[in-house]
Design a binder for this molecule. Structure first.
Ligand SMILES: *[C@@H]1O[C@H](CO)[C@@H](O)[C@H](O)[C@H]1NC(C)=O
Ligand SMILES: *[C@@H]1O[C@H](CO)[C@@H](O)[C@H](O)[C@H]1NC(C)=O
Ligand SMILES: *[C@@H]1O[C@H](CO)[C@@H](O)[C@H](O)[C@H]1NC(C)=O
Length: 181
């Protein structure tokens, strides 16, 4: 009930409530764009089209230990009238445990990521090889149910501020274009 009410708020259209709750979501990823900073890591991202929706493989090689100053920014953009607009955004310092209770999105994503490999947002990060295979969000996951059918981009931007540095450098930026039907 709670989930359906939330969908209603997002779309502000009563007619969609019935539809959204009756049909189980299918997520198809249509494009993935990424850049990574070679001082930190190299990575390879692959999308697999499967009948139940898209799955994602990621291989990453991290070249150094990172234990503090890691900032992640996650945005969800929704396509409306042909243009993408940011619906929600969240920022988090991943190594700062004091902030842990404030934002539910990163811990919720972490619980899912951990089912598919050893790539997660859990600080600290030890240098080495990381792999995630056939990651997908369950259709009935809270984060998926909150989003009505449509076209979206999830953008993840990870930055690092070295000890005593005054500015952050980009570690990677990843954009998933997808459709929920
Ligand atoms: C997966 O399917 C989507 C939608 O049908 C298509 O746009 C995309 O190019 C396909 N991707 C791959 C990797 O086959
Ligand atoms: C992560 O998992 C991969 C594949 O299972 C493994 O080869 C790698 O050593 C693991 N990395 C770390 C840092 O534990
Ligand atoms: C950062 O600055 C402090 C105080 O100036 C210094 O003691 C410390 O060694 C510096 N750390 C690094 C990693 O440069």
């Amino acid at each position: 009930m709670f989930i359906c009410a939330q969908r209603w708020i997002w779309r502000r259209a009563v007619v969609l409530v019935g539809l959204a709750c009756a049909i189980s979501a299918k997520i198809m990823i249509t494009q993935v764009d990424y850049v990574s900073n070679p001082d930190y890591l190299t990575m390879k991202v692959q999308i697999n089209n499967e009948t139940e929706g898209s799955t994602v493989d990621v291989d990453g090689n991290l070249y150094l230990d990172v234990e503090q100053g890691v900032f992640v920014n996650i945005d969800l953009d929704s396509k409306m009238d042909g243009e993408y607009m940011t619906m929600i955004g969240t920022s988090k310092e991943l190594c700062n445990k004091d902030e842990a209770g404030m934002d539910p999105v990163v811990p919720l994503l972490n619980d899912e990521l951990e089912k598919f490999g050893n790539l997660s947002f859990n600080c600290p990060y030890k240098k080495g090889f990381y792999r995630m295979q056939r990651f997908r969000m369950a259709n009935d996951h809270m984060l998926v149910k909150m989003v009505p059918p449509g076209e979206y981009i999830v953008k993840m931007d990870l930055q690092h501020q070295r000890p005593n540095a005054t500015t952050k450098v980009q570690v990677f930026k990843l954009s998933f274009f997808f459709e929920i039907s």
